[in-house]
Design a protein around this ligand. Structure first.
Ligand SMILES: C[S@@+](CC[C@H](N)C(=O)[O-])C[C@H]1O[C@@H](n2cnc3c(N)ncnc32)[C@H](O)[C@@H]1O
Length: 284
């Protein structure tokens, strides 16, 4: 994008040229796959202006220079600033209902060797999705004696540390039934809620970038990858679905977010068997 004469962004406290904006868009896409459309210049400015002030920088060119020279703390900050972290306990509740009604009974009936259950929350943000999976397993109640593990990953180190801490403000927990609040949380002195140790013990949290090849083991019975692919360009989405297929056995489940579809290529690996619920081909 060429700088327009009289560009309003060049007259701001921290000038943001079209060239700097293009650099930041390109950097975001190369690092984490997130596509920032040309109309996101205001968003970039507002999410980063305070950061430039605290770093004592005079313009976005200096900020771009920092990222370009590989300042890892700044890259982590940038990734946190440009990604969306909206989540909630039992968000898109129909997936958790499907777990209890069809997915868990199907896994239980298939009696995998070693009575082993593996779930993956593949962009866990602040952790609510992974803990909702753990609560669902506990509520299902029929995996006692099974080897159960949940992997929870995110590219954003700040979100991952919030997820590991498992501490939530009262308003994040208020939508849960009082039964769930009592069973799965303890109340801290400052009014916040802490996740029960029995749930924490079921989950391993790890940093993981979904646009890079991953080594997470295999045999995932259920993968939740919700509300992250929507930010990716099509080649990244397509490659990610193919990598998920590699770590899932036939009949395993992949849950996507409400606005996400398998797109071209996905049907090669998965059948759609419910609202944003997909199942690894049995004949692959
Ligand atoms: C909107 S949240 C989704 C949280 C949860 N899955 C849900 O649906 O409630 C999107 C998450 O994707 C993460 N993310 C963005 N790009 C990523 C990437 N390349 N690899 C892994 N996680 C990524 C962000 O850090 C953010 O926490």
């Amino acid at each position: 994008m060429a700088d327009d004469f009289g560009d309003e962004f060049m007259r701001r406290e921290f000038p943001l040229s079209g060239q700097d904006f293009d650099f930041l868009r390109d950097f975001a896409e190369r690092r984490v796959g997130v596509v920032l459309s040309p109309d996101k210049r205001e968003m970039i400015y507002s999410r980063l202006a305070r950061r430039l002030r605290s770093l004592g920088l005079v313009d976005f060119a200096a900020y771009c220079h920092r990222l370009a020279r590989g300042d890892s703390a700044e890259i982590a900050y940038f990734i946190h600033a440009i990604t969306t972290h909206l989540t909630a306990f039992f968000r898109e509740a129909h997936h958790f209902e499907a777990l209890l009604e069809t997915v868990f009974p199907a896994i239980e009936a298939s009696m995998p060797a070693g009575r082993r259950l593996r779930l993956w929350s593949a962009a866990c943000a602040s952790g609510e999705e992974a803990y909702s999976l753990a609560m669902s397993i506990q509520e299902y109640g029929r995996f006692a004696g099974w080897d159960v593990r949940i992997l929870a990953t995110d590219v954003d180190a700040e979100m991952l540390s919030q997820a590991c801490a498992g501490i939530y403000s009262a308003d994040r927990v208020s939508g849960l039934s009082s039964e769930r609040q009592r069973r799965f949380f303890s109340r801290l002195g400052d009014g916040r809620y802490r996740i029960a140790d029995e749930l924490l013990a079921m989950i391993s949290f790890r940093p993981l970038n979904l646009i890079e090849p991953f080594a997470v083991g295999d045999g995932y019975d259920v993968i939740f990858c919700r509300n992250v692919m929507i930010y990716f360009a099509e080649p990244h989405r397509r490659a990610l679905i193919a990598r998920f297929a590699e770590v899932q056995r036939p009949g395993a489940y992949l849950m996507l977010g409400h606005a996400e579809t398998l797109e071209q290529g996905g049907a090669q690996f998965y059948d759609t068997c419910g609202r944003t619920i997909h199942r690894r081909h049995v004949d692959q």
